[in-house]
Design a protein. Structure first.
Length: 312
């Protein structure tokens, strides 16, 4: 073989390859990473791409599987769709002309995180298996604070415990006082994986009896440091704190007592005034008889005054 024939063979080869590639160009393109929220719907977003020459491609087979599991989650074959509960096509009325073959997980759990494969056959070519993955995150619940002893008296040290459940991935709990100053926890925060694959975070803070602030806030942060929720504990500032209830009660009684005292003393005052005027008017009666009728008519102060003025 001379150089020319080798060259021609090579060209021929390239042309054939290009043709066959063009003909069989069927590809499933997926988002490389999908993110889902625990307890919500999530989607593995994939769409079938075909070469320009393919007019109105028709899908003959779709198989969605989770890696590590033999059972398919969704199979479309011979015009029939078979689904495992909790999985379906994201397109609500999907048909074999719809190139959007995204998989919808209706209620996302932690076990749904991982790698998936998708296999597609069309009437104009087949795809190799395409891979995609799902990452599941979960928001932490509002934390709760409990404390020992149950009554905070400021006469003994107190241990506050904060915990928050239901989050993923591992987050953080932090303590703040009323001035928003961050307090390091007394012991290392514990992160425990619960049965549902979510984290339970707990943290303790010891308060020394002589330096107890009036407010402590426990804040839960997600794995990327975003604040998710918080709870605040208010500590009554009296030393004898048996009495938060009692204080409330006495507050109420003082609300009732105050007006009673004011009205009572007003009445007593009026009565006293009356008594004094009566006495004086009696004295006047004797001295100035002309005033008698006026004074008798009423015990009114002004009337009496008139009378007095008249006689003065
Ligand atoms: C596929 O369909 C779903 C549901 O209608 C939609 O949310 C998604 O964006 C579509 N994906 C593409 C790549 O078009
Ligand atoms: C953490 O919280 C921030 C702010 O709320 C949010 O933008 C981010 O997506 C969250 N990260 C995770 C892993 O949940």
């Amino acid at each position: 073989m001379n150089m020319a024939s080798v060259g021609i063979l090579f060209l021929f080869f390239i042309v054939i390859r290009a043709q066959s590639e063009g003909k069989n160009f069927v590809k499933v393109e997926c988002k490389t990473e999908n993110v889902g929220q625990y307890g919500q719907q999530s989607m593995l977003d994939c769409v079938v791409k075909t070469s320009e020459e393919v007019k109105e491609p028709k899908i003959t087979v779709v198989t969605w599987k989770k890696k590590g599991s033999e059972d398919a989650l969704l199979v479309f074959h011979k015009g029939k769709t078979t689904l495992r509960p909790g999985y379906k096509f994201a397109e609500s009325s999907w048909n074999d002309r719809n190139m959007n073959i995204s998989l919808l997980i209706t209620n996302t759990m932690m076990v749904n995180s991982g790698d998936y494969t998708c296999l597609v056959f069309t009437d104009s070519g087949d795809d190799e298996e395409t891979e995609t993955s799902l990452r599941v995150t979960a928001k932490y619940n509002k934390p709760t604070i409990s404390f020992i002893p149950e009554n905070i008296t400021r006469r003994e040290d107190v241990i506050l415990s904060c915990s928050s459940v239901g989050g993923y991935p591992e987050g953080q709990l932090r303590w703040f006082d009323e001035h928003n100053k961050n307090w390091p926890a007394s012991s290392e925060m514990e992160a425990e994986l619960t049965n549902d694959g979510l984290f339970k975070l707990s943290s303790k803070l010891t308060l020394l009896k002589n330096s107890i602030f009036s407010k402590y806030t426990c804040v839960v942060f997600n794995s990327s440091g975003g604040k998710e929720d918080e709870v605040t504990l208010e500590i009554p500032d009296t030393a004898a704190s048996e009495g938060q209830e009692q204080r409330k009660v006495s507050d109420q009684t003082s609300k009732i007592v105050a007006p009673v005292v004011v009205i009572g003393s007003l009445i007593v005052g009026l009565l006293l005034a009356l008594l004094i005027y009566r006495r004086r008017s009696q004295r006047h009666h004797r001295e100035v008889p002309t005033c008698e009728s006026d004074a008798e008519q009423g015990d009114h102060v002004e009337m009496y005054k008139e009378c007095e003025d008249g006689t003065a």
